[in-house]
Design a protein around this ligand. Structure first.
Ligand code: ZN
Length: 503
């Protein structure tokens, strides 16, 4: 069974989960669910990033210890992901023992191999980013380009990672493996960083300035810089640094899903750190844009955050998931608007998906005694359905849920158009009606499987309503997509609309 290891970035606990975070989590979840359908053994990891100065300061403001603070704030993420039906196999917190152990082992290896040294660092540091900036990277007035706040001058003795030693190795790696970073434009961006020259960077902080972090194993006066520690989470979850760790069978065939603002960390620093520790760099980076609101990134300081729970209350968890996946392709920036979400909900979910099920169940109740008939083995819909399946499978294989869903909805349109042409609601009961309805049920069955990565809840309801046992998420692609899978002779239940129309 092929292994599929998928990660989201770990989310910074000082944020409150907004739909930008949900966008990443839902896309990752849909990909994980798709890979389970195609028979991969999936390990899907998400979690929270909990160290650093900003967390320590917030804890202080809230009159609690950093650990107490992160216990509360990390739970906001795990609870939101539960609400959104995110099927992660593990949830890592960087404050866990297993993580401290992995970070220490990883850094010891890098040091033993000669890529860590002591140096003095002075730089412009944005507390919001937990990062030093070069002069050229800041906006006028030394403002952080993301937080629009002035960067502070920070100077201290700390440990440096010899990134400069890896310029050639990184270029060679990406030249030999250009498919590692997708899309291509992001590969070019990473290559640009590397060709521009790589400077060694500091990987520790003196406890006098920051004490909330993983202790440097050979010098207890220092903690590991929060970004350095965070990246190692992808190995921690595989048991790196532990006796019985299984990491060697899952690494480096990892799939990192990440936003474009953290490409440098994932596409340059992280692979170099892996090389320095004597392990292969990560195998796949899928870079996506931001989900903007009114053209701007969501941020607490801008009061433009939209919370996933509010949208799930109004559109249902699956309505929200579908919108995030369908309207905001992985790659470019997306712009969230309430109007676009409502329109998509009404057209695709209320008028097409939900309406097809309602129509079919109504006719079967009246004309077939509530029992779903089997499809026509030589239906003329069969060929058309099969041609769309190829498009769906190909799109998901390119990490494009948006196009996969678009092609899936062609099947729904096909079934609706066929019903409009044959008008089964005017037909007499009998074999002719049975064939028409059997075909519609077969398309519903196939749609339930194909749409289940996006809408696991609604597809289960559909699956149950047409009398099938088990779950569409347990189906196997491609074998369960073969025309004729709907057995017939089973109870079809008419139910209240799955997606009531919105005004
Ligand atoms: Zn910043």
């Amino acid at each position: 069974m092929p292994l599929y290891y998928l990660t989201t970035p770990i989310f910074y606990v000082n944020d409150v989960p907004h739909i930008g975070h949900a966008y990443t989590a839902v896309n990752a979840d849909a990909l994980a669910r798709w890979h389970r359908l195609i028979g991969d053994e999936v390990f899907f990891l998400t979690g929270t990033d909990e160290h650093g100065l900003k967390v320590a300061r917030s804890a202080q403001e809230h009159n609690c210890t950093p650990q107490e603070w992160t216990d509360t704030t990390s739970a906001r993420f795990s609870e939101t992901w539960k609400r959104l039906n995110i099927s992660n196999d593990d949830f890592i917190r960087t404050t866990e023992k297993r993580h401290h152990l992995a970070v220490k082992t990883f850094l010891e290896r890098i040091r033993d191999r000669g890529y860590i040294y002591v140096g003095e660092y002075e730089g412009l540091y944005c507390v919001g980013c937990e990062a030093y900036y070069g002069e050229g990277e800041l906006e006028a007035g030394s403002l952080c380009p993301i937080h629009k706040r002035p960067a502070e001058v920070l100077r201290e003795e700390n440990y440096f990672f010899k990134l400069s030693a890896f310029q050639e190795a990184l270029l060679d790696f990406y030249t030999a493996n250009p498919q590692v970073i997708r899309p291509q434009s992001k590969l070019n961006e990473a290559l640009g960083f590397i060709r521009g020259g790589l400077e060694d960077f500091s990987i520790s902080r003196n406890k006098k300035s920051v004490s909330w972090g993983v202790e440097i194993p050979w010098d207890r006066a220092h903690v590991v810089y929060v970004w350095t520690d965070a990246l190692v989470n992808y190995l921690t979850a595989l048991g790196y640094g532990q006796e019985d760790g299984r990491w060697e069978s899952w690494w480096p065939a990892v799939h990192h899903l990440l936003g474009k603002d953290i490409l440098r960390f994932h596409g340059v620093y992280w692979p170099a750190m892996c090389m320095a520790a004597g392990i292969d760099p990560p195998g796949h980076l899928q870079v996506h844009g931001w989900l903007l609101v009114g053209g701007e990134k969501m941020a607490k300081s801008r009061l433009n955050q939209i919370f996933p729970g509010d949208l799930a209350d109004e559109f249902g968890v699956d309505g929200l998931r579908y919108h995030l996946l369908r309207d905001n392709p992985l790659g470019p920036d997306g712009d969230f608007t309430y109007e676009a979400m409502t329109q998509r909900y009404n057209s695709d979910l209320a008028n097409n998906f939900g309406n097809l099920l309602s129509r079919v169940a109504t006719v079967i109740e009246k004309g077939c005694g509530g029992v779903g008939p089997a499809p026509n083995p030589s239906s003329n819909l069969k060929g058309e359905v099969e041609s769309h399946l190829g498009v769906v499978i190909e799109a998901w294989g390119r990490n494009s849920p948006s196009e996969g869903l678009e092609a899936t909805w062609k099947l729904i349109q096909l079934a609706n158009a066929s019903l409009e042409a044959t008008e089964p609601w005017k037909m007499q009961s009998g074999p002719q009606l049975d064939l028409v309805m059997g075909d519609a049920l077969e398309i519903l069955r196939i749609v339930a499987i194909l749409a289940s990565p996006a809408m696991p809840g609604a597809c289960q309801v559909l699956w149950d309503a047409i009398g099938l046992e088990g779950s569409p998420g347990s189906a196997q692609i491609p074998q369960d997509l073969k025309w004729g899978g709907y057995c017939g002779g089973i109870q079809v239940t008419r139910r209240s609309p799955l997606f009531p129309r919105k005004k």
